[in-house]
Design a protein around this ligand. Structure first.
Ligand code: ZN
Ligand code: ZN
Length: 343
């Protein structure tokens, strides 16, 4: 049995174009005890490959974290399959507001040690003692309370293009880094302030809220379903939208527009812009913000050096790359000294 992708991204793109069908982009997660993640992984792959699900899914002993796209007409089948797994029955599916049939081009189901890289030793605290989950309405109430400290649990390149009004947006590269930094910044508020946190879809707050309670924060709240679900509720219930800018997402769409404001700047010329791109030099691949004009002028590259490399014949580029990993720059998302306007 074929348990891995056979199609390249290009081949898949062609298939999606030919099919011309709507696909839904969605995400979900669940913390649950999974005895044999490899077996579970294969179970998911076989079932989802058959109904044409694409996406990036992490499975671990601690649970599942999935970002995926499903053909709209097979959504009911997909939902039924999910509901038949006892720990996923009725799980909240965070359905995107903007869909793109090409949000994902492969089905990747990976077994990991953890479903989110949090760097925490879970045996040292009670991971089930979480913060209070709040919906959009209650969240709006809470964050307008002067006794509240609002913290964005995401990374710098995510909050740069959009965040809640008045939120603390830590300048961190990873979730793992952010936990001790935030704790230190907020230690004087442990006793009497409301600590309210949010992230993209809620998963990071599940662990973080328990961690901060363990660290002595008394009043901890988390936005249920994250920004994705908040945006949905705001629209549906006609609530005031307190999120400004775009919500960064981890698929080919890169972001969802939540409000009209553009709060970021092109990293090359400084003008208002909130469009993330990856440097066209494959050996660089740096994630950064680039406006249309700069993209044209720089041939979609982050620097003159990358522009020169990207212009070389493919074989020459490959020879240059040989033996040099580019993982460091991928990790250093949006950080490079070549970017003049990245603060
Ligand atoms: Zn520019
Ligand atoms: Zn570059």
């Amino acid at each position: 049995m074929q348990l891995y992708n056979k199609l390249s991204a290009k081949e898949r793109e062609t298939l999606i174009d030919e099919a011309g069908e709507d696909r839904l982009t969605l995400s979900f997660y669940a913390y649950a005890k999974i005895g044999n993640p490899h077996l579970f992984r294969n179970h998911l792959f076989i079932a989802w490959d058959q109904i044409d699900v694409l996406g990036r899914i992490y499975v671990a002993h601690e649970g599942i974290n999935a970002q995926l796209s499903v053909p709209a007409k097979r959504f009911e089948e997909f939902k039924k399959f999910i509901d038949d797994i006892y720990f996923l029955e009725g799980v909240r599916l965070n359905i995107a507001i903007e869909h793109d049939a090409k949000a994902f081009l492969k089905l990747k189901v990976k077994v990991r040690k953890k479903i989110v890289a949090d760097g925490l030793n879970d045996s040292t605290f009670d991971v089930t003692n979480k913060g209070v989950h709040v919906d959009a309405l209650k969240f709006n109430d809470l964050i307008s309370d002067p006794n509240t400290v609002l913290v964005d649990m995401r990374n710098h390149y995510e909050s740069e293009i959009g965040h809640f009004q008045g939120a603390i947006t830590p300048d961190v590269d990873t979730f793992r880094d952010s936990l001790p930094i935030i704790e230190d910044d907020l230690k004087e508020y442990k006793e009497d302030k409301n600590l309210v946190m949010y992230c993209t879809g809620g998963i990071r707050c599940e662990k973080a809220s328990a961690y901060y309670k363990h660290k002595g924060f008394k009043n901890v709240y988390q936005l249920e379903g994250g920004i994705i679900e908040y945006a949905r509720q705001v629209e549906k219930q006609k609530l005031e939208n307190k999120f400004i800018g775009k919500n960064f997402v981890f698929d080919h769409r890169r972001s969802e527009q939540i409000s009209e404001e553009v709060i970021a700047h092109c990293h090359q010329c400084g003008k208002a812009c909130d469009k993330h791109v990856n440097c066209a030099n494959e050996a660089c691949h740096l994630l950064f913000i680039q406006c249309e004009e700069c993209a044209e002028k720089m041939n979609n590259c982050c620097s003159v050096e990358c522009k020169e490399i990207a212009a070389l014949p493919y074989e020459e580029q490959k020879a240059l790359r040989k033996g040099k990993g580019n993982s460091n720059k991928i990790f250093k998302k949006g950080r490079s000294k070549v970017l003049k306007y990245k603060s």
